[in-house]
Ligand binder design. Structure first.
Ligand code: ACO
Length: 340
C-alpha cells in the first residue's frame, strides 16, 4: 500500500488530514430516456448519444424537492460512514436549485435527517459546487472549528430546464450525492484542492431571471428567463481547458504525475469533454469514472454521485490517488487530489 502523502496547501504548508469517511447518493426513480425526448423536441437518440454520451437521466417527482434528494443522499452517506446524524457539526449544500431563497436547503436537510447540532448553509458554484464545498469543509476541519462535516451536491435541474429548448433539455437530470468529512490522524485524505472562477464568462451559462436583477413578473413570464441558457460550443471549449489546467496544477501541488492516479472522477457533462481531458492528460479513458450515460448532467450532484458509485463499486483502494475535477457556470472550476 502507498504510504500517506502529507496534505498540502498551495504554499505547501502542512495541514490536518481530512478524510472522506463515507459517501452516499440518491437518484429519483423516474427514468427519462432519449426515446421519450424524441417525442418532446426535435432531436434523436443518435444525436444525443453521439454528441454527449447521455442515454437517459432521472427526473424528480412533482413533490420531490432538492432538499429531499439531498436528505436521501445524506442518509446513505451517514450510514456508509457509520456515524449518527447527531455527530454532524456542519452541513453544506451546494446547489443552484434550492427549494426556496430562504431558508437554505441545508437547514431544510438538517430537519429531514435529524442533525440537531449542525450549523447549516448553502453555496452556489453551479457544477463545481461540490468541490468548492469540500474545500470549505477541509478548511473548517483544519482550523478545528468543526470535526464532522456533511457536504452535499444536490440539484433538481428539471425545475429550471426549458423543456422546449433542445439545446439544453437533453443534457440535464436530477440527483444528489453526499460525503462525510472528518479529521483522521495519520490517515489518508484530501491532499490539496484548487478552486478557480472567471466571472467575465458568466454569460456562457446562465439562469438570468428569477433573482433581483430580473424578477419574473406577469410581463416577462412567457420568456423562459428562469431557465438554463447556454452557449454550448464555447462552454465545451472552456470546460476542457479549465479542467486540464486545474488538474495539472493540483497534481503539481501534490507532487504527482497523471500516471500516479488510480481513478479520475470528472464532472459528468459530456463524454466528449471527458475524452478530451483524458487525451490531454495522456490517460486511458477507462481510468475515468463515467456514469453520465445513465444520469446526464446533474450539476453540483454529478461528481458527488460518481464519487459514491466509485466508492461502492470498489474503483478506489485504500492508498490510491484519486483526482476529482469539475467545471460549471460562473464560470467556475475546481480540482482535488485525494489519497483514498
Ligand atoms: N438534437 C438535435 N440537434 C441539436 C440538439 C439536439 N438535442 N441540440 C442542438 N442541436 C443542433 C443545434 O441546433 C445546431 O444546429 P445548427 O448547426 O443547424 O445550428 C447543432 O446541433 C449544434 O451542433 P454542434 O455545435 O456541433 O453541437 P456540439 O457538438 O457543440 O454539442 C453540446 C452541443 C452537447 C451542448 C456541447 O456543446 C456541450 O456539451 N457543451 C458543454 C455543456 C457543458 O459542459 N455544460 C457544463 C456545465 S452545465 C452547468 O454548469 C449547469
Amino acid at each position: 500500500m502507498t504510504p500517506p502523502l502529507q496534505p498540502r496547501t498551495r504554499t505547501h504548508l502542512p495541514r490536518r488530514t481530512v478524510s472522506i469517511i463515507g459517501t452516499g447518493s440518491y437518484l429519483p426513480s423516474r427514468v427519462l430516456t432519449n426515446a421519450e425526448l424524441e417525442k418532446m423536441v426535435e432531436t434523436s437518440d443518435e444525436w444525443i448519444t453521439s454528441r454527449t454520451g447521455i442515454r437517459e437521466r432521472r427526473i424528480a417527482a412533482d413533490g420531490e424537492f432538492t432538499s429531499d434528494l439531498a436528505a436521501n443522499a445524506a442518509k446513505a452517506a451517514i450510514e456508509n460512514a457509520g456515524i449518527r446524524a447527531e455527530e454532524i457539526d456542519l452541513i453544506i449544500v451546494a446547489s443552484i436549485t434550492s427549494d426556496m431563497f430562504m431558508p437554505s436547503t441545508a437547514c431544510i436537510v438538517q430537519t429531514k435527517i435529524g442533525a440537531k447540532k449542525a450549523a447549516c448553509f448553502d453555496i452556489s458554484a453551479a457544477c463545481s459546487g461540490f468541490l468548492y464545498a469540500i474545500e470549505i469543509a477541509q478548511q473548517f476541519i483544519t482550523c478545528q472549528t468543526f470535526n464532522t462535516i456533511l457536504v452535499i451536491g444536490a440539484d433538481k435541474l428539471s425545475s429550471i430546464v426549458d423543456w422546449k429548448d433542445r439545446n439544453t433539455c437533453v443534457l440535464f437530470g436530477d440527483g444528489a450525492g453526499a460525503a462525510i468529512l472528518r479529521h483522521r490522524a495519520h490517515g489518508h485524505g484530501v491532499i490539496t484542492t484548487r478552486l478557480g472562477s472567471n466571472g467575465e464568462l458568466a454569460d456562457l451559462l446562465q439562469v438570468p431571471g428569477g433573482g433581483c436583477a430580473i424578477p419574473i413578473t406577469a410581463l416577462n413570464a412567457d420568456q423562459n428567463l428562469a431557465t438554463i441558457h447556454m452557449k454550448g460550443a464555447e462552454t465545451f471549449k472552456h470546460a476542457v481547458n479549465a479542467m486540464v489546467d486545474s488538474a495539472r496544477q493540483v497534481l503539481d501541488d501534490a507532487g504527482l504525475e497523471p500516471s500516479d492516479l488510480a481513478c479520475i472522477i470528472p464532472h459528468q457533462a459530456n463524454l466528449r469533454i471527458i475524452s478530451a481531458v483524458a487525451e490531454r492528460l495522456e490517460l486511458p479513458i477507462d481510468r475515468f469514472m463515467v456514469n453520465l450515460d445513465r444520469f446526464g448532467n446533474t450539476s453540483a450532484a454529478a461528481v458527488a454521485i460518481a464519487l459514491d458509485e466509485a466508492n461502492r463499486t470498489g474503483r478506489m483502494k485504500v492508498g490510491d490517488y484519486v483526482l476529482l475535477v469539475v467545471f460549471g457556470g460562473g464560470l467556475t472550476w475546481a480540482s482535488s487530489v485525494i489519497q483514498w
